[in-house]
Ligand binder design. Sequence first.
Ligand code: 2X7
Ligand code: FE2
Length: 293
Amino acid sequence: MAKGKIVAGVLAPHPPHLVYAENPPQNEPKAECGWETLRWAYERLRSSLARIEYDVIIVQSAHWRTNSGTHFLGVPHFKGLSVDPVFPNLFRYTYDLKVDVPLAEAICQKAEAAGLATEMMRNKDYRIDYGAIVSCHMTNPSWDTPIVGISSVGSARYFNMDVLQAQMFKLGQATREAVEASGKRAVLLSSNSLSHRHFTKEPALVEDMSFEHINNHNQYLWDMKMIDLMKRGKSREMIDILTDFTEQASAETDSGALSWMMSAMNFPDYPAEVHGYGTVIGTGNAIVEWSQA
Ligand code: 2X7
Ligand code: FE2
């Protein structure tokens, strides 16, 4: 069997607004328009991934938070309705997705052997979180590829970012080893925003783009700093300052997904492709691809 490979890693943020503005049949609320810079960036990502063959999408989501270690979706097929708890007006999405359970189990076993607390999630009625759904939908709206779903842990808040990063480096290595042993070609999704300070009020028409802008300039400068490092192939440096970034920009990198993905990809030293950047209710979001095909 040929060795498996991570063919791409993507920073794939999950504001539900993006699915809302796309108007797919799965989502009940309907929009007029909105957040085009980010949605067009996802279009460019899809064109880029269409040139690569892959068997599985592995997603770590900021909104499946497990404080008792890392959990993995462990049921082959999930169907249900996912409602965003903060934006139920925008996201009521009927999902129907397949899970690559053998690969999830292999990552879980390797992570456990590396000393992490892990668990396979076997509840067939479990409601998939909107973070994983939005990132996967925007990356592959046809849902024709199975996923591996990984939770995020609360270590950044319970301990600190450095503890979280140490854990995510182990999880990343376990992911790479399991993918290689599987013979499969995997795309990784780090499902999180960059800076993450929200406005607390929505305009009457949510997709009225005259209200959309970054929450504050400090946050914007931090986002640009991170994106500059990505563009220059400096992922190690980016990870080194992630603790300060996460704290000062209230960034959603406190989920650990970006640290996990960079470790799984062995800290790429080549330029990432930035498909686009934009704000959603004041938060900073970038769609960024590291291709290894
Ligand atoms: O989960 C999110 C997010 N990360 C950013 C913006 C808006 C809503 O939800
Ligand atoms: Fe989020």
